[in-house]
Write a protein of this length. Structure first.
Length: 318
């Protein structure tokens, strides 16, 4: 039984992370770290007000970092140095340098370190990778992913836990580039390998909060594959598109969070788990147990940070 603690009891922790840990048969919610003990009452578990206190407990084995982005690196590094396995929310850090320090801390500790890029666990993303490698659309040349929705300051403050930190660059690192593009950049990296070059445009077209409200990123991979990720927080039309074009056909995964996978000569329905974090927790426990490789490692996630860093710098230089 793996004893987990969760740092932070915000939206993602209450909706997905804690229920996933509670449902995974080899996992136990051993405790939570929160500045507001009242938030922990529904879980009937140990509560610490600081991570320092929690890490002193030798029974703690795994840490889930579910705090705002600016805390990811320090809390992950502290937990790894204390000899704990760590699964960190995405994006893994505020910048590439922090991400690399996290990976170095994991290597020095010998502990398992993963990042919550759970779309790698989607059955249809796994199947798409298999089909691409088998040549189902010939030579892949272009992948397009979009995620559009409406996010304004009022909506961030008006529902459930306060998520206004998402538009604070000192806490979130960036806007939709960090929050939703990171997932899709990671999908591209999972399918096509290490990125080679990046170009991007970030701007505020509608909202004027301190982070961008839209980002368009173009990534080049080996063998001529080009990926385009377009994310927007100013669209009242929701979009969650993913399509991959090749020399002999195309593959449709839209909506990315849905079950449908369509390719030349085939159509499959491969729905994700009802709790998108459950397979992530399951894979992490498998990795800790030595029964499977971790799908989203700190090292693989560093490449997503590599892309986002260049996307920000390309825009800043213009």
């Amino acid at each position: 039984m793996l004893n987990w603690i969760v740092i932070g009891i915000g939206d993602i922790a209450t909706r997905r992370v804690i229920p996933a840990i509670q449902a995974e048969p080899r996992s136990r919610l051993y405790g939570v770290v929160t500045r507001d003990p009242a938030k922990a009452m529904p879980y009937n578990t140990r509560v610490w007000s600081t991570l320092d206190e929690a890490l002193l407990d030798p029974a703690v084995e795994a840490v889930y970092v579910a705090t705002p982005v600016f805390l990811h690196a320090p809390q992950t590094i502290q937990s790894l140095r204390a000899g704990k396995h760590v699964l960190c929310e995405k994006p893994m850090a505020m910048n590439e340098a922090e991400a690399q320090m996290m990976v170095q801390a994991a290597e020095a500790s010998g502990r398992i370190f993963g990042v919550a890029y759970y779309r790698r666990t989607y059955p249809k993303v796994q199947r798409a990778k298999q089909l691409l490698e088998a040549g189902a659309i010939g030579k892949p040349v272009l992948a397009e992913l979009t995620s559009h929705g409406w996010v304004d300051e009022k909506s961030l403050e008006g529902k459930g836990p306060d998520r206004s930190w998402l538009v604070d660059p000192a806490k979130a690192g960036g806007g939709p580039l960090y929050d939703i593009a990171s997932h899709r950049i990671d999908v591209l990296n999972f399918l096509f390998g290490h990125p080679l070059r990046v170009s991007a445009h970030l701007s505020n077209a509608v909202h004027h909060y301190p982070v961008e409200d839209n980002a368009t990123v173009m990534i080049e991979y080996a063998d001529g594959v080009r990926g385009i990720v377009d994310v927007r927080w100013h669209s009242k039309v929701k979009r969650d598109e993913c399509r991959i074009r090749g020399t002999e056909g195309e593959m449709e995964l839209s909506p990315l969070n849905g079950p449908e996978l369509i390719y030349p000569g085939g159509r499959e329905s491969l729905p994700p788990h009802a709790n998108l974090h459950y397979p992530l927790i399951e894979n992490f426990v498998d990795a800790v147990s030595g029964n499977a490789a971790l799908l989203a490692t700190g090292a693989s996630s560093c490449w997503t940070e590599w892309v986002m860093e260049r996307a920000r710098h390309k825009t800043a230089a213009e």
